[in-house]
Write a protein that binds this ligand. Structure first.
Ligand code: NAP
Length: 247
């Protein structure tokens, strides 16, 4: 019986993962299938396991990267530290949660960011992706200060968009959009930042990969800033999941 891999999320539509892994199985002559498992509720994860005993690996997407954690038997140290799982491997009847977004973001950023010690980094959003970004910046880069921009500003290391509007963006050497703002089909939206205040040395990284160039990235490019979209990260996290699954 063919081994089964898959993606779980609420609304999957056309998924990058399915075409990426099916193509890889085909070119590497591996007898496996990749299925999209849409779930209205993460509780359905238990019955999915029971229904598919030949399941070897899962990718996890919005909105279950955090809510899947209580259903897993163990977590990798990275997934534990970040508090989010985007990859599950099944071994000897156990479901183990991993975070390969970290590897995807770290390697994609390292390719374009000229790491100089010091400087300030700004992460837009406080969800699962933002937590993985923080983990990478803290463990692999040497910023003096890392701040989250959020619509809710209760935490100490968080700034509101209003405050950012007053202070401007000149101090930042890296800005990462880890919100869905600007993602297809809402391509006319842009995070509420005064982009005219960007330093042209600031790298603007948008985790969004559809569209290829978000409104945020287009505006940053116009200001002379280097930019990066989320496609390379997406491919790198998929390659890392493939290794975790031991395909
Ligand atoms: P999420 O949990 O749905 O949202 C992240 C955060 O964005 C929220 O916690 C919220 O922070 C902020 N946010 C949400 N809606 C907003 C709005 N209308 N205006 C301003 N801020 C808003 O999503 P996620 O899983 O962290 O993913 C975030 C983005 O990264 C998505 O676009 C996802 O597709 C992308 N992503 C890409 C990759 C890749 O491989 N390229 C991997 C992972 C994720 P506050 O409430 O604090 O404002």
């Amino acid at each position: 019986m063919a081994t089964v891999y898959g993606l779980i999320g609420k609304k999957l539509g056309h998924s990058f993962s399915k075409s990426f892994f099916q193509e890889k199985f085909h070119t590497e002559h591996i007898d496996a299938t990749f299925e999209n498992f849409e779930m209205d509720d993460i509780q359905a994860f238990q019955s999915l396991r029971a229904l598919h005993p030949q399941l070897r690996g899962l990718s996890v997407t919005i909105p279950y990267k955090e809510s899947i954690m209580p259903f897993l038997d163990a977590l990798s140290p990275n997934a534990q530290a970040i508090g989010a799982v985007n990859c599950v491997a099944f071994r000897d009847g156990l479901a183990i949660g991993h975070n390969t977004d970290v590897i995807g973001f770290r390697d994609s950023l390292a390719e374009v960011y000229e790491a100089e010690p010091g400087g300030k980094a700004l992460i837009l959003g406080t969800g699962g992706a933002a937590k993985a970004v923080l983990f990478v910046l803290q463990h692999y880069f040497e910023f003096d200060e890392i701040t989250f921009a959020s619509r809710q500003t209760s935490a100490a290391d968080t700034i509101s968009y209003e405050q950012l509007g007053q202070q401007g963006l000149l101090d930042y050497r890296l800005i990462v959009n880890a919100t869905p703002v600007g993602m297809f089909p809402e391509v006319d939206q842009c995070p509420a930042l005064d982009l005219a205040t960007l330093d042209p040395r600031c790298l603007v990284f948008d985790l969004i990969y559809n569209p290829e160039e978000t409104k945020l990235l287009a505006s940053a490019r116009t200001q002379g800033c280097p930019t990066r979209n989320g496609l390379d990260m997406l491919i790198r996290q998929a390659e890392a999941s493939w290794k975790v699954w031991g395909v």
